[in-house]
Design a protein around this ligand. Structure first.
Ligand SMILES: Nc1nc2c(ncn2[C@@H]2O[C@H](COP(=O)(O)OP(=O)(O)OP(=O)(O)O)[C@@H](O)[C@H]2O)c(=O)[nH]1
Length: 547
């Protein structure tokens, strides 16, 4: 791999100062901007070359974000290569400590010890055997080696659903109670519909009456039929009849929901074997909870030995899972992870890509998934338009509202943030704060006139307008002023982040706004605020906003 390509593996710069509390709004703007930027970059090599900018976070201007998923593992791995800064070549001596860091990070992520031992020995061997490549620093080489090993550990490439060559594809789901099986049934139906395949759900969990009702409700939400014979039927017979029904109705795929139990028991295994014998399913997928770490890997192994499975579906990856399950399942059980669940919504199920997961573990985000998500909600021309507006500092409140709604469609904020390279350290609390404040902000934007939303300078230059918006939205003038000031700050930040700022031409109306903000901060409560002349912002004001 040449130096440029390897440079993409530059470890994200670890900010040397405590994470600045990000302006809530810039989290949304960064996500919106990234959606448009990466969407364009996905079709434009020149722009794509810029995307490492997202990986090397600019101190002070980027957002210090810690995605919920794998945060601890990412930090642990980062400390490994940060110890190699300044060395010229990887040697047995100088990689000893980084290897100990990697070992510790994987164990803390709840990866099983035998897997960790094999992983560290393979990375060490490759690190010592690696040729030095001109222009590539040793820590970059180590990041690349760890990345490739992580990809292999998780199965190498994506393992998609297998479809039957003739007749309906039968997907049998198994798993313990509460792991998310029934939810996965609906998510899979939603995924199959997106692929243009007709689907039917089968209620074969006859022991928990609520499960049948739950599946029926979910089926209605997705818009697919649910085959049920109530709680009296026997799962093997129910499933067999469902296959006949699917054949009659020429349905492409059926997804069978089976009973979950608190732990593996013989009755559960025997029943699954009978169902399997009755319908010979195309896929037998074990649903496991990512939060259970290496226990998930052990479960997959047991089910594979007992009944034979074709793969696993890892749910609740949006939770505070340390990553051990994602990293261990394939290596321990020999069976691939096919899908991951990242939330409770129907669209929160996606194919499992080992390379993208490895990039996220290494804090490099997941541009490809981000682009795919952005493509689902944003047309290319919209992305071009948004990009131009942001780069020309014309991004206004209409754009902010539209993009915030778009970002919300891409999934939870932590998930969107986790996909954007270079933004892998937002704390969950900061993300929750950002999400909470969005409604607060939207109420102020909705109180603005269309003209004010399209020309925020009008609000920056007129205190009367700000007071009116405050009164109509039930907020204070100070809060409105802060919001307007943050929009200008976001404009400048985005340009700075892109490294495309063309000089810092003064932004009209900033002086007045900055002064009234400062006056607010200094004036004791109730002091009549001094009226401000509209003045061109002094460089000092602009620097204060831009810093
Ligand atoms: N955060 C999060 N919650 C999930 C995910 N998948 C499922 N859940 C939630 O987990 C809970 C259990 O989901 P179910 O689908 O009822 O689990 P189950 O395995 O069918 O449970 P039983 O029917 O009792 O066997 C529900 O509240 C789901 O919304 C996920 O990927 N992320």
């Amino acid at each position: 791999m040449d130096a440029t390509a390897l440079a993409l593996y530059s470890p994200p710069a670890v900010a040397r100062r405590s994470p600045a509390k990000p302006a809530f709004a810039s989290i949304h703007l960064s996500c919106s901007y990234a959606a448009s930027f990466h969407l364009r970059a996905s079709r434009n090599p020149a722009l794509r070359a810029l995307s490492p900018l997202w990986r090397r976070r600019r101190r002070g201007s980027g957002l210090l974000v810690r995605a919920e998923m794998f945060g601890q593992l990412t930090t642990g791995l980062e400390s490994a290569w940060n110890k190699l800064r300044g060395v010229d070549v990887l040697t047995k001596e100088n990689i000893a400590e980084p290897m100990r860091d990697i070992r510790r990070a994987l164990l803390e992520a709840d990866v099983s010890l035998p897997v960790v031992r094999r992983f560290v020995s393979s990375v060490s061997e490759k690190a010592l055997g690696a040729d030095t490549i001109k222009g590539v620093r040793p820590e970059q080489q180590l990041v690349k080696i760890v990345h490739d090993e992580l990809v292999q550990l998780m199965g190498g490439e994506v393992s998609d659903l297998v479809f039957a060559k003739s007749g309906p594809t039968v997907i049998l789901l198994a798993g313990l109670q509460g792991v998310g099986k029934t939810t996965v049934c609906a998510k899979l139906a939603f995924y199959l519909k997106k692929l243009g395949k007709s689907c039917m759900l089968v209620a074969a969990d006859v022991y928990r009456p609520a499960a049948i009702d739950q599946l029926t409700i979910l089926g209605k939400q997705v818009g697919v039929p649910v085959y049920s014979e109530g709680a009296e039927g026997k799962p093997p017979q129910i499933t067999k009849n469902a296959v006949e029904e699917a054949k009659r109705k020429n349905i492409d795929a059926i997804v069978v929901d089976t009973a979950g139990r608190l732990q593996i028991d013989k009755a559960m295994m025997d029943e699954l074997k009978e169902v399997k014998k009755a319908v010979n399913p195309t896929e037998v997928l074990l649903v496991v909870d990512a939060m259970t770490g290496q226990e998930a890997a052990a479960l997959v192994t047991t089910f594979n030995i007992e009944i034979g499975i074709t793969g696993a579906i890892l749910t609740k990856l949006d939770g505070d899972s340390r990553g051990g399950a994602a990293l261990s399942v394939k290596e321990v059980s020999g069976r691939p992870i096919k899908f991951v669940g990242r939330g409770e919504r129907l669209e929160d199920l996606e194919l499992f890509y080992p390379d993208r997961m490895a990039q996220r573990v290494l804090g490099m985000g997941d541009v490809l998934s981000f682009v795919e998500k952005a493509q689902e909600i944003m047309r290319q021309e919209e992305a071009v338009e948004l990009q131009k507006k942001i780069m020309s500092a014309k991004f206004d409140f209409n754009d902010f509202l539209k993009q915030s709604q778009n970002v919300a469609k891409m999934g939870s904020m932590s998930r969107v943030i986790g996909m954007i390279p270079g933004m892998n350290k937002v704390t969950p609390a900061q993300i929750r704060e950002a999400e909470k404040r969005l409604a607060f902000v939207e109420s102020m934007i909705n109180a603005m006139t269309a003209e004010e939303r399209g020309k925020p300078e009008l609000l920056a230059e007129s205190r009367e307008r700000r007071i009116r918006v405050a009164e109509e939205s039930g907020k204070t003038e100070q809060e409105v002023s802060q919001l307007v000031a943050q929009l200008f700050q976001m404009r400048a930040q985005m340009q700075k982040l892109m490294g495309m700022v063309q000089g810092q031409e003064a932004i009209a109306g900033m002086g007045d706004l900055m002064d009234s903000l400062k006056a607010e901060e200094k004036a004791p409560p109730g002091t009549a605020r001094r009226k401000r002349r509209n003045i061109k912002p002094k460089q000092r004001d602009l620097d204060a906003v831009l810093s």
